[in-house]
Design a protein. Structure first.
Length: 94
């Protein structure tokens, strides 16, 4: 798991354990798509919530089809997630 994903994962679990608002979109992604053999399509995957969700899912072993308009963001994401438990297939779309 990348340091960024570890931080997001710990923040998500600690917020939910404390009963705070936390990051419900990340908790949902974790609950729905945990482990290998799962596939997700994430739009705007190069930044913000899309990137965070992609990081978590790929590090949990899922295959993510990452859709993004910015090719540079896709390239950086692919480099950052190289060696993760899952795979990311970046697709540039407009």
């Amino acid at each position: 798991m990348t340091p960024r994903a570890k931080k997001l994962h710990s923040n998500t679990t600690s917020h939910s354990a404390e009963g705070g608002r936390g990051r419900p979109q990340l908790r949902l992604a974790q609950q729905v798509l945990m482990g290998q053999g799962k596939t997700a399509v994430i739009t705007a995957a190069g930044a913000g919530i899309g990137r965070a969700t992609t990081d978590i899912l790929v590090n949990e072993g899922a295959t993510v089809i990452a859709v993004e308009v910015d090719q540079a963001r896709l390239n950086k994401m692919a480099a950052d997630l190289a060696g993760a438990a899952g795979t990311v297939d970046g697709r540039r779309v407009d």
